[in-house]
Design a protein around this ligand. Structure first.
Ligand code: NAD
Length: 519
């Protein structure tokens, strides 16, 4: 039956898996400088989240294809790692211009596959572009250190060198920004790179690969494979791969960290979050309410830095009705529709999960002040939409607080004092981001010093650091030693070689062997 359906080109779908050839476009692999059709018999459908129509298919690369990709990286490494650093810099200077020139096209692709609004999709590309721009300062970033005359006629200096083939495994929520945190940083340091984009949104990474090729990156310096668990296991296990950058859920991130580390690889793993916005009664009300609404519901809450939890202190508890009014004003629509503020979730499963977490709040005694579960979007009745939702009277033991919701849902807790709020934030296992809203410098200082979270905003709701700094999530939001991009990113993708050299004058020849430890 399967064979006859395939012959007739009828798509036979089992879950998200598709075992036939069909008329929708296929995502290619990028191997050794060529965009090639996979020979895989296993394909996954790609959906437009606003309609759930199938818009493409992505292969689960075969073992041979994955081997070809990593072999290509290994071959290219020999020349790429020895290429002049100025030549690598020139490629990335051209690359940043090509990304700028194509930002609208990239954004359209993101909206089609991921669902976020076009304006937000441009922001996704722009924040990745900034990392590429920063790679153009590689000639300073990769400088070693020197110390002359550590003893007579002896100098020590260090080289910062690439480590080999590196790999990146990306999530669905930032199809441009997160791959751009990965391969440009790794490659500019002289490594070659094997990328596995999210199988749900592979299109943008493919376009970014084409632009990098156009910028002059030699064949084999970047290879792209697609897939799910087998591709991830392949990356964790292949001995040629020296380092893995992962961004995604805790379930996958912990697994990849363990398996990759066990195999002797460096792993940096950015994972889930529950970010708290602490609202002091002295905060600028207008700004704070707008910032809370924007940061909770933007990108339909599918950001690891979304401000998904508010803690209201004292008088700020009375601001809830106004918060609800502002959230009601957001327009839920397909991402490519003019004026859309909140797009769809990535899949029907994500929608069902978000809805069930809202229901869990109701069941556990919380109060749904604004319920987005039954939102209807005209013309997009099959899309995965959930409207802005605000749940109050939440307590730290409730499921809607303990789990990352990853949807347009703001859970609201109350605290009697800043100390109580700090205690609550520090008891939560995640440490990705947080923000305090206040006009009191002393309160802001206390918060930034006492809260155990890696990225803190003071009157800044989504404090994602620019690339001259690093993305420094902590605790359950991160596994590894060195973070993404900035100086830490350079450290992750390089190793140090230290040379100690002695050049004595001819008349200073050693008279006898030194058998003691040199001091
Ligand atoms: P995900 O973990 O489902 O997928 C990420 C990648 O891992 C994909 O490439 C996928 O193919 C692979 N993968 C998925 N499940 C796997 C498994 N069980 N074993 C091995 N590999 C697996 O994540 P997602 O749903 O694409 O992204 C959303 C998550 O990512 C959220 O938890 C969000 O907080 C997190 N995130 C974190 C950051 C950060 O910087 N901390 C940034 C963006 C997203």
């Amino acid at each position: 039956l399967v064979r006859s359906l395939i012959k007739k080109r009828v798509p036979l779908q089992i879950g998200r898996m598709c075992y036939s050839s069909s008329s929708v476009p296929t995502t290619k692999l990028f191997i050794d400088g060529k965009f090639v059709e996979s020979k895989s018999s296993q394909w996954l459908d790609i959906h437009n989240p606003a309609t759930n129509e199938v818009i493409g298919r992505v292969p689960k690369a075969t073992h041979e294809e994955m081997l070809a990709a990593v072999d290509s990286c290994s071959r290219a490494y020999h020349t790429w790692s020895e290429t002049s650093i100025l030549a690598r810099q020139q490629i990335f200077l051209r690359y940043q211009q090509l990304i700028k020139d194509n930002i609208k096209e990239l954004a359209k692709l993101i909206t089609l596959e991921q669902g976020k609004t076009l304006a937000d999709a441009e922001g996704d590309v722009f924040r990745g572009l900034q990392v590429v721009e920063h790679t153009c300062s590689i000639t300073s970033l990769m400088l070693g250190e020197t110390l002359p005359s550590i003893t007579k006629d002896m100098d020590t200096y260090t080289y910062r060198l690439p480590i080999g083939v590196c790999a990146g495994i990306a999530p669905f929520n930032f199809p441009a920004m997160i791959p751009l945190w990965m391969f440009p940083m790794g490659m500019v340091c002289g490594n070659t790179y094997l990328m596995k984009p999210s199988e749900r949104v592979p299109g943008c990474a493919m376009m970014l690969a084409k632009l990098l090729q156009d910028a002059g990156a030699p064949d084999g310096t970047l290879n792209i494979i697609h897939g799910q668990h087998d591709a991830v296991n392949f990356i964790c296990d292949h001995p040629a791969i020296k380092a893995i950058s992962f961004v995604g859920s805790n379930q996958a991130g912990e697994y990849i960290y363990e398996r990759g580390s066990k195999n002797g690889k460096r792993v940096q793993s950015n994972m889930g979050a529950k970010n708290h916005g602490v609202v002091m009664p002295d905060a600028n009300k207008e700004n704070t309410l707008n910032q809370l609404v924007g940061a909770a519901f933007g990108a339909a809450g599918q950001r690891c830095m979304a401000l998904s939890t508010a803690i209201l202190i004292g008088e700020a508890r009375n601001w809830l009705p106004e918060l609800v009014e502002r959230a009601k004003g957001l327009r839920v629509n397909a991402g490519d529709q003019p004026g859309a503020d909140v797009g769809p979730l990535i899949s029907p499963q994500a929608k069902a999960r978000v809805n069930s977490l809202i229901q869990s709040g109701v069941d556990e005694g919380a109060k749904v002040l604004l319920d987005g579960r039954n939102v209807k979007v005209k013309g997009y009745e099959n899309g995965n939409f959930v409207g802005p939702t605000i749940i109050s009277n939440v307590t730290p033991n409730m499921k809607c607080y303990t789990e990352e919701i990853f949807g347009p849902v703001l859970v609201v807790l109350e605290a009697d004092s800043l100390d109580d709020a700090i205690e609550m934030v520090n008891k939560n296992p995640y440490g990705n981001g947080t923000a305090i809203f206040t006009t009191n410098g002393a309160a802001a200082r206390k918060y930034t010093h006492e809260v155990d979270v890696g990225q803190i905003g003071v009157n800044v709701p989504i404090p994602v650091p620019l690339p001259m700094f690093s993305f420094t999530g902590s605790r359950a939001s991160f596994r590894g030693d060195t973070n993404f991009y900035g100086k830490q990113g350079i450290q992750f993708y390089t190793q140090i070689k230290t040379v100690t050299s002695q050049w004595k004058a001819e008349d200073a020849t050693l008279k006898s062997p030194a058998v003691t430890m040199p001091t």
